[in-house]
Design a protein around this ligand. Structure first.
Ligand SMILES: [Zn+2]
Length: 284
């Protein structure tokens, strides 16, 4: 992709120009930006996308529209010391740090077969897959990431289309590169009557929850979501991280299956609800 290099110095100058406005707006900011006029990125989100080399233009709080010509490649962003070990640690080695090799062979074999195609698709978006730690598990679920940014791919991942798999990996890479820290032990307690999901949802969101048997009406879906997830509120930042990871998938990789496209909308709705409720629980 074509990018013009913007030096750190000019970035810092930009940052100094507008700190006040950005701070104020971040306090009123709800739910993760997507770079649109009504939902601009925060400065932190913008700099993270820039550092990945995946900035294609968008609105940033306090700055208005910033086009892709002012982005700069990841190679020039080396100040933070947050670079992971790039020793090519994806794939699980035969010593099997998660258990016996015989159990995980199927997924590992599938991964070995599709990995070249996935790697080249990701490379087109600026991602070097060898910079991430990816392990293949034979386990229920799709994917997860641990606190050390190790990405684990599980059974359901290998039932997805290649495009959906690429999108899931962009999601996990966004967590690795852009997540803001929060205390994982932080819990918010609120009354059940205050744990209320919005009944305003798009048709995609409705169809998604209907498809996973949460109900056949909006009212049913909202009630079932509230019942299923009450009592597990974490720090709001956790939900912002999720919203941002899903928005980045959408922005960079719209070309997914209809099923997964709806799921992303459903997840964004879900995490927006948890974010709003968590904020309210903290008195914001
Ligand atoms: Zn996530």
């Amino acid at each position: 992709m074509k990018t013009r290099k913007l030096t750190r110095k000019s970035l810092n100058e930009l940052e100094i120009l507008m700190p006040k406005l950005s701070e104020i707006q971040q306090k009123t900011f709800v739910g993760g930006g997507d770079g649109s006029y009504l939902s601009p990125y925060t400065w932190d989100e913008y700099t993270c996308i820039l550092s990945n080399g995946t900035w294609f233009g968008g609105y940033v709080e306090g700055f208005g529209y910033i086009d892709s010509g002012t982005s700069y490649g990841s190679s020039s962003y080396e100040d933070s010391g947050s670079y992971y070990d790039t020793s090519g640690s994806y794939g699980i080695n035969d010593s099997g740090s998660y258990g016996s090799g015989s159990y995980g062979d199927d997924n590992q074999t599938k991964w070995n077969n599709i990995q070249p195609q996935i790697s080249s698709q990701l490379a087109a978006y600026g991602y070097n897959i060898s910079q991430y730690s990816i392990s293949i598990l034979d386990a229920v679920g799709r994917s997860h990431i641990d606190s050390s940014n190790n990405i684990f791919l599980k059974d359901s991942f290998f039932n997805m289309t290649v495009n959906d798999q690429v999108s899931v990996l962009i999601h996990e890479f966004t967590h690795t590169d852009c997540d803001k820290a929060y205390d994982p032990n932080f819990k918010i307690t609120i009354l059940q009557q205050d744990f209320t999901f919005s009944s305003t949802m798009s048709n995609d969101v409705f169809e998604y929850y209907k498809s996973i048997n949460f109900g056949s009406s909006i009212e049913e879906i909202v009630t079932n979501l509230q019942d299923a997830y009450y009592g597990n509120l974490s720090a709001p930042q956790k939900y912002l991280n999720e919203i941002f990871a899903y928005e980045e998938e959408k922005r960079l990789f719209p070309n997914v299956s209809e099923k997964y496209r709806r799921e992303r909308e459903g997840k964004i709705y879900f995490y927006q609800q948890l974010y709003r409720i968590a904020q309210a629980g903290l008195g914001y």
